[in-house]
Design a binder for this molecule. Sequence first.
Ligand code: CDP
Ligand code: CDP
Length: 226
Amino acid sequence: GRERINIAIDGPAGAGKSTVARSVAETLGYIYIDTGAMYRAVTLSALRSGISPDDRMQLSQHAESIEISLQPSSAGQVVLLNGCDVTIDIRSREVTLNVSQVSAVERVRVRLVAMQRQLARGKGVVMDGRDIGSHVLPDAELKVYLTATVEERALRRFKELDGRDGITLEQLEHEIAERDRKDQEREISPLVCAPDAIVLDSTSMTIEQVADNIVNLSRTKLAEAK
Ligand code: CDP
Ligand code: CDP
């Protein structure tokens, strides 16, 4: 059919959101939107401009002065900052360590949420983040809260880094737990499980199992929407 829905995938770091969201989008022929990449791009840009992650006023003004855009690509998504490809740069440890503080600034969120809603207005998007089901797309037809134990999530990231950043598994687990705490405790649109979200614990599931599960849920929602 030609019916399309919006799918929101939220959850803590390393739960598998981006990997699974990309796969689900590919299966359904939908557009994948990684909102975390947008917060990372603002963070990278602010750090490059020498703005302190504590300076909320400067961060607000900075976020309103830069151009961020997402382009779907075969590899998932290319992130452009003022027209330059920063897809790789936004994954640096420096950005990861500062992104939660930048994301807590209200005007940063207002700007990015407006962009996200605009991207989703035509339906047919799979959007992953922290506040998608609870705030950005409260009317999304399918909301998934994807989680896993912090030990499992740290292990996944550890394998992914494969020695880069010279960080131990214990350190990584500590940093992930700390980022989760900041994301859950912030005042504006914190990471929460929306009341109407379906909770999936991926701790002992493969990427394929999680993706199949979400594709099946979306087919049910699509049938209901008709
Ligand atoms: O991929 P990873 O789990 O490391 O994080 P991400 O999805 O790239 O998001 C990076 C950070 O951006 C999160 O830790 C949040 O602080 C923030 N974020 C947010 O506040 N709201 C969103 N919708 C998405 C990300
Ligand atoms: O986007 P998020 O931070 O939630 O997680 P991700 O970046 O998609 O996934 C983190 C890592 O876990 C990736 O290397 C995935 O391949 C891996 N993963 C996994 O091993 N098993 C799953 N069920 C899901 C993801």
